[in-house]
Design a binder for this molecule. Structure first.
Ligand code: URA
Length: 432
């Protein structure tokens, strides 16, 4: 029998726990033998005292053992690659990366999540496509990766059930933002989902969990170690989340931007991030390419139309209508005009994410329904010159009242000044 109160006390007092003790605690919690209040106290002790490397391995391992695992590579008969982002505002990267990588001939099978708070979720974005099914059985998922080369679905209920419970608990006990807990949560799901090689996009800045590059490096390093410990190839890109990614924030708007990017007409920051992730994934694949050749191959798939064709095949395979005209549109579109001229010095990512959420693009509770049509288009990005009255952004809303509120919020999110800010690349660092 696990003695939860004793383990909480020892962690509270700064002791290191044995791997077996952490494993027992987590598995007992997943079985329902340890109540929420004890795990909440344990998470708070971890928040203040931290976990060392061995404890974090043990936590990750126990979370994986709490449910089923998939051997994707063995099932598909090929090396399978995956990517994961730690979450941000306007982050639709997987939606463009999947079709490009698959068009290059590398199978891409991914389980994604939903948005909560100011960050969006890949599944919510996909559900703005009429007919699209995010829930496939494991057999259907594997068949689609085998036959189409690409599937993105919701996480199966049996995959890392301990994380589902623990994440929901952390979310309401102010214990999400701890590096060991985040690393174990993300990597347990990635390892259990079975890809052989994983590219991790660790967001840094206002709209990200990691506000500083130092914290982002620490999280990246921890996730690399967890992945390698489990025999996976892993690379991390640390990327800018101090402003929304690309122009759009909101589900159908982000699908439109994805389609534009697959046509070669995407915004520069988003296009750069997508190509960089594809280059890493293709270098990890069994195609025998280095990163430079991977990037060339990815660009060629966009230029020759094969990435867009793959997108259409994939969406149709999951029951969706790939035509852009099938996407919902918002009845009210309002422009946000600059009050003064100068340069855009900053755009608050959280503020824009929250404005989109309040328009209905996200949910405040797990039960809330999403309005897929609404959101924000940031037409001007950091460093752009603007004149007074020039349009900074567009609000796509359900009605006039919510549009008016969002206009004020988005205007307040823009900082316009006399001097251009220093240039900041989208990919800040790569750790491999
Ligand atoms: N994403 C996850 O899946 N888990 C965390 O703890 C944080 C971000």
């Amino acid at each position: 029998m696990v003695h939860a109160a004793e383990l909480i006390r020892r962690k509270r007092d700064g002791e290191d726990l044995a791997a077996g003790e952490i494993g027992e605690l987590v598995l007992a919690y997943a079985r329902g033998d340890v109540p929420d209040y004890q795990l909440a106290a344990f998470c708070m002790a971890v928040y203040f005292r931290g976990l060392n490397g061995a404890e974090t391995f043990a936590l990750t391992d126990a979370m994986i053992r709490s449910g089923e695992t998939i051997e994707l590579g063995r099932e598909i008969g090929r090396k399978v690659v995956d990517k994961h982002s730690t979450g941000g505002v306007g982050d639709k990267t997987s939606l463009a990366v999947g079709p490009i990588v698959a068009a290059c001939g590398v199978p891409f099978g991914k389980m994604s999540g939903r948005g909560l708070g100011h960050t969006g979720g890949t599944l919510d974005k996909l559900e703005s496509i009429p007919g699209f099914r995010v829930e496939l059985t494991t057999e259907e998922f594997l068949r689609q990766v085998r036959e189409v080369g690409l599937a993105i679905i919701g996480q199966s209920a049996n995959l890392v059930p301990a994380d589902k419970l623990l994440y929901a608990l952390r979310d309401v006990t102010a214990t999400v933002d701890n590096i060991s807990l985040i690393a174990a949560s993300i990597m347990s799901k990635k390892i259990a989902a079975g890809a052989d090689a994983i590219v991790l996009d660790v967001k840094v800045g206002d709209g990200a969990f990691m506000k500083t590059i130092e914290d982002a490096r620490e999280l990246a390093q921890m996730m690399l170690e967890l992945g390698r410990h489990a025999g996976r190839e892993v690379a991390c890109v640390l990327t800018d989340m101090d402003q929304p990614l690309g122009q759009t924030v909101g589900n159908a708007l982000e699908i439109r931007e994805t389609i534009a990017t697959l046509r070669g007409a995407g915004p520069p920051d988003f296009t750069e991030l997508v190509l960089s992730a594809c280059a890493h994934l293709l270098a990890f694949s069994d195609l025998d390419l280095d990163e430079e050749a991977g990037r060339e191959r990815a660009s060629a798939a966009v230029q020759d139309g094969s990435a867009l064709a793959m997108y259409e095949r994939w969406i149709a395979a999951q029951g969706g209508d790939p035509a852009e005209e099938a996407l919902p549109t918002a009845p009210v579109v309002r422009e946000v005009a600059a009050e003064t001229g100068g340069f855009v010095r900053a755009i608050g990512a959280v503020a824009v994410g929250m404005a989109a959420l309040r328009l209905g693009a996200g949910r405040r509770t797990k039960e809330e329904r999403i309005d897929h049509a609404v959101g924000v288009r940031c037409l001007k990005k950091r460093g752009d010159a603007v004149t007074a009255d020039e349009v900074l952004a567009e609000i796509h809303a359900r009605d006039d009242e919510s549009a008016g509120r969002a206009c004020a919020e988005v205007l307040a999110a823009y900082a316009v000044g006399d001097e251009a800010p220093p240039a900041r690349p989208i990919v800040l660092e790569t750790i491999a």
